[in-house]
Every structure is written in C-alpha cells, then in structure tokens.
Design a protein around this ligand. Structure first.
Ligand code: PLP
Length: 339
C-alpha cells in the first residue's frame, strides 16, 4: 500500500484493512464490528439476491491541508439510506449509528485516506441488504449493514472538464411512482443497458427523460442534472430522481452567492437556452457538460465552446471543494471532522 500512486487512482475498488458490519436479527441491530474479510456469506434464498432488497450510499472523506480528515454531510446519507430502506421494506439502520459507522471505518483505514492535493479521496460505501431466506415475494426478517472504503481518483477521466452526454428515449431508468428516488440496486440495474450503450457510442453518460411523457429532463446517469441561465441555477423537480446531496448543497451555495435557484420541470427544448449545464453528484461534484446529443432526433446542444467549464459552474465547484477540504469556512457545519 505504501506504493499507491495517489495521482493515478481510478474510481474503483482497492482493498483496505477493514470494513465494519452490523446484523439485524430478532428485532435488534448488533453492535458494529470491524471485519478484515472482503466477503459476505449469504443464504442462497436471501431476498437481496432475488427480490432486490439492496440499498447503498456513497460519500467521501478528504484530508485537508491542515491534515484533518473531513467527512462531507454523512448525516444526510444516513437519512437517505433510511428512506431507501423504507422504500423497499427493509429495516432502516439508525441514522446516528450510521454516522458513527462511517467515522469508525475511516479511522480504521486512516492510512488509505489520500494526502491533500492529489485530487483523490477516500470513498465510503455503506450497503444494506436483506439476508434471510424467502421464496415467496416478501421482505426479509434479517439484514446486514456493512460499510467499506476505497481510495479513489476522479469518476470521469475528464475531471473538471466538459463531458459528452447522450439523451436516450428508448430506455427508462425509473417510473414516476416507482423507486427512482431511492438509492437501491434495481435502479442501477435498470440503467445499465442505456449507460453501456452510451459508453460504446462515445459518451461519458446518458440523460434519461421522464418516463411518462418523455418531455422533461430527469436523471443524468448516476447524477442529477442542472442548467444555468440568467444567473439562475435550475434543476429538475421529479419524483423519479435521487435527491442528490451534492445538488442540495449546490443549491444552498448558489443561493448564498446571490444566484437564483429553481427546482422545476425542465422541458428538453429548454436545453437550447442554457448558458451552462452539468451533472452533479458525490463522485465528481460537478461534471460540466460540453455536448449533449439527442440520440433519436440527432439534435446537438453545445456548451463550453472554449473547451472549459462555465464561470458559474466553476465558482460553485471551487467553493464546494474548498469546504470539503477545509479551506473555505463551513458555516452550516457540513463537515464531520475525524479526530
Ligand atoms: C442516480 C443518482 N443520482 C444522483 C446522484 C448524486 O447523489 P449525491 O449527490 O448524493 O451523490 C447519484 C450518486 O450518488 C446517483 O446514483
């Protein structure tokens, strides 16, 4: 591990020293335990394997210039995991214990938190799965909550540079009254065909439209979408997208910078009028979008004509990263510092 080349880390899995686990059985969660094994032994009839009772989270820890390790808004991930659990009838893991679990797993793997200034971070992946057997379609009675970590580099090879995305109309990720608002395995399985085809056709990501009318922008692959025009940050309001913690934080930062914020339906045609567009999420914070191609109509939308991210996206990104790395004041107390 002493040989990790922090600057060239992919966004992938790298073995660390420990993960942490807690088991739900007979109506109670067990005390969190540290575990060295990377494997989970499961009953072959576990509900997670057949009926998709599996939810997860993604957040990051950063080492600041001051050497301190900061977790960014872990309480929000704890809340969202509880909401995902309830959405697919799983036992929620208590939100206060969730934050403690994240702190503990980072502390146990402290030597894997990348040094400041390498453009890398420690990705934290909590998972919650149904473990007890069912043959009929029913929720499990027993659950496993586990958290592992992995040092990661940028999600897109472009980093904070414009990416190309593709509008897809022949696949849906989630239905309006379905499970798109939860961070559960099924939504990602449903997105794979479109996403892999998009990659093969030369795009970093795909833009899904609302499944009912195919009129509005919904989710930007594994990220939320936003557009900027007339000093206004506009992001979709939809019942089938994941409530992104990055997007929520960007809306606050934008508001504090005097940028107007709107959360509403965004018709596809409005893409013509945006000055900047981007995808936002934990993995990259903001991925500026340079080109959008509508796969069915062939229409092309272009932004970042000078090859660089737009001015407002850049300000938002720098402010966000500054808070995460402890270089900019954190008035709302978003960071949880690991002592
Ligand atoms: C489908 C989807 N939408 C949006 C996001 C962004 O959410 P967050 O900002 O909480 O990472 C993610 C990633 O977590 C995602 O998988």
């Amino acid at each position: 591990m002493e040989n990790i080349d922090w600057k060239s880390l992919p966004f992938g899995y790298l073995k660390t020293d420990y993960n942490v686990r807690s088991y739900y059985k007979n109506g109670a969660w067990s005390a969190l335990e540290a575990c060295e094994s990377e494997s989970v032994t499961l009953h072959m009839a576990a509900t997670s394997l057949h009926y998709g009772q599996t939810a997860f989270e993604g957040l990051k820890a950063f080492r600041g210039k001051d050497g301190k390790i900061r977790l960014f808004r872990p309480g929000e991930n704890g809340k969202r995991l509880a909401s995902s659990a309830k959405g697919i009838m799983m036992e929620p893991y208590p939100e206060d214990l969730f934050v403690e679990a994240c702190k503990k797993v980072v502390k146990l793997n402290e030597r894997f938190v990348p040094p400041y200034g390498e453009g890398a971070s420690l990705y934290i992946r909590p998972v919650l799965i149904g473990t007890s057997p069912q043959v009929g379609v029913k929720p499990a009675g027993e659950y496993l909550f586990a958290v592992f970590v992995s040092p990661v580099g940028p999600y897109f090879k472009e980093g904070f540079n414009p990416i190309k995305v593709q509008i897809v109309r022949d696949f849906d990720r989630a239905a309006p009254l379905g499970t798109g608002l939860f961070k559960i395995g099924g939504n990602y399985a449903a997105s794979l065909r479109a996403t892999e085809r998009g990659h093969e056709e030369g795009f970093s990501s795909v833009l899904f439209l609302d499944a009912k009318e195919k009129k509005y922008i919904d989710e930007a692959g594994p990220a939320n979408f936003f557009g900027i025009k007339n000093n206004t940050y506009i992001t979709p309001k939809s019942s089938s997208i994941l409530p992104s913690i990055t997007n929520m934080s960007l809306r606050d930062i934008a508001g504090n910078m005097g940028i107007n914020v709107e959360q509403r339906s965004i018709p596809v045609e409005e893409l013509d009028s945006f000055e900047e567009v981007g995808a936002c999420g934990t993995a990259a914070v903001i991925s500026p979008i340079g080109t959008i191609v509508d796969r069915e109509t062939g229409k092309v939308y272009e932004y970042c004509k000078d090859g660089k991210a737009g001015a407002i996206s850049t300000r938002l990104y720098q402010h966000y990263r500054g808070i995460q790395e402890g270089e900019i004041a954190d008035p709302a107390g978003w960071n949880v510092i690991i002592e």
